[in-house]
Design a protein around this ligand. Sequence first.
Ligand code: SF4
Ligand code: SF4
Length: 128
Amino acid sequence: MKLMVSFSRKKVSEPIIARAVMDTGVLINVERARIEPTEGDVLIDVPDESARTVCMKMRELGATVSVLRDAIIRDEDECVDCGACISVCPQEAFSFDSDWKLSLDQPRCVLCGRCIQACPHGALSLQK
Ligand code: SF4
Ligand code: SF4
């Protein structure tokens, strides 16, 4: 399961991922990170059965956590199955099915946003 962990340096003073791994024993896969001097957002992937434990630990450490399910939303009325999103996705999350209709494998997505920028029909957006 993918979790977006956001924190500010005012509230979180220690390395939050390392602390969560040590305290929970859960192996956390960091898929993307934006770390600024005063704040940060880290996209992590954890086993489904451990997501609740990791969420609780992160919140205890002062972070806010969002569970990401179906993070990329496709407007089927707008999509024309052109395939532009397929070529820009670094995770190969998009593909055509046997009927040449676009298919999206959500768990592969790391929320880089490239497909949203590339879609000529504005059919893709990020879950709020
Ligand atoms: S780029 Fe947009 S219109 Fe083209 S296949 Fe992807 S979602 Fe559909
Ligand atoms: S946001 Fe990035 S990783 Fe996710 S589907 Fe779009 S291009 Fe692929």
